[in-house]
Design a protein around this ligand. Structure first.
Ligand SMILES: [Mn+2]
Length: 294
């Protein structure tokens, strides 16, 4: 695909393996988006393909350490809110090698700037593959994208079904969880229907065998479940997944040597809320900064 001479955006020269993303390209892309413009379709394809490759090769549970003097910001559902995403970078500071970011799923749908959000996150993933992390959410799935707007947005903005198809493939390749400093498990939904499921089961889960989470199983539960205040487990108010109580969270953390789980998937008035005796942190849409883990 040729980039026409009259394309006035910054051009991207990618090397094999998707290397070659630049800060200059990202800044120009963000400015174009603010001006209501798009980037060239060729770059859209290149960016999605490069990120698909990058995340496909990551484990199902990415394990990271945060060295001293470094910072990791975990950020919940951005849901197509491009200006809020830019605001997060303004408030928490720009992504870099010393400032890691983890976007915990639900980048797209609902908001009408979902392609802009996804492309910005993906471009940063290319620039900082090791410190810019992405977990899959229940909205990085075909059923949700059909119902909540992302598929239609891709078609409207880029006039081809190919953009959504590629995004969909890249979503299926995303990791399902991130373990920070062996102490904090970050995932979009929450815990499991079975107490015997532990970190090793997540490590061993071959997410590439199933593209969509379906109606049952570990992948579905990681993307869909919610905490409840009552003990034990209960039916989900969503009709998909289940709810888990403080005793379930306590047992899971103790068995797996965790301080807490960090999840998104629900709105909390103050941006985030700590429940289950400090062991279940919900942050959606706002961000939680985590500094230097011992
Ligand atoms: Mn969600």
């Amino acid at each position: 695909m040729v980039v026409e001479k009259d394309y006035d955006g910054v051009k991207l020269e990618l090397k094999e393996g998707g290397e070659g993303m630049t800060q200059g390209f990202i800044e120009d892309m963000i400015q174009r988006f603010k001006d209501g413009k798009r980037i060239h379709k060729k770059y859209v394809f290149q960016i999605i393909l490069a990120v698909k490759e990058l995340v496909y090769n990551e484990p199902t549970m990415v394990e990271v350490e945060v060295p001293e003097d470094h910072k990791l910001t975990v950020c919940g559902d951005t849901h197509g809110q491009f200006y809020d995403l830019l605001n997060i970078f303004k408030l928490a500071g720009p992504p870099s090698e010393a400032h890691a970011y983890l976007f915990n799923g639900d980048f797209v749908d609902r908001g009408s700037w979902s392609t802009e959000v996804a492309l910005t996150l993906y471009a940063y993933k290319m620039l900082y593959p090791k410190t810019f992390l992405l977990n899959r959410g229940n909205h990085e799935t075909d059923d949700m994208n059909r119902m909540y707007g992302f598929e239609g947005e891709c078609r409207a903005k880029y006039t081809t079904d190919r953009v959504f198809k590629l995004f969909s493939e890249s979503f299926s390749a995303l990791p399902l969880a991130t373990l920070i400093g062996s102490k904090y498990l970050v995932l979009h939904g929450g815990l499991f229907s079975d107490d015997d499921v532990g970190l090793d089961d997540i490590r061993k889960l071959n997410r590439h065998k199933q593209r969509q989470p379906g109606q049952s199983g570990l992948m579905m539960e990681m993307l869909w479940t919610d905490p409840q205040t009552e003990k034990g487990r209960g039916p989900s108010k969503r009709g998909v997944g289940l709810q888990f109580g403080p005793d379930i969270t306590k047992r899971f953390c103790e068995r797996n040597g965790l301080e807490a789980i960090i999840r998104s998937h629900e709105v909390r008035m103050e941006g985030y809320e700590v429940e289950h005796d400090g062991r279940c942190i919900t942050g959606k849409y706002h961000y939680t900064s985590i500094c230097a883990f011992p």
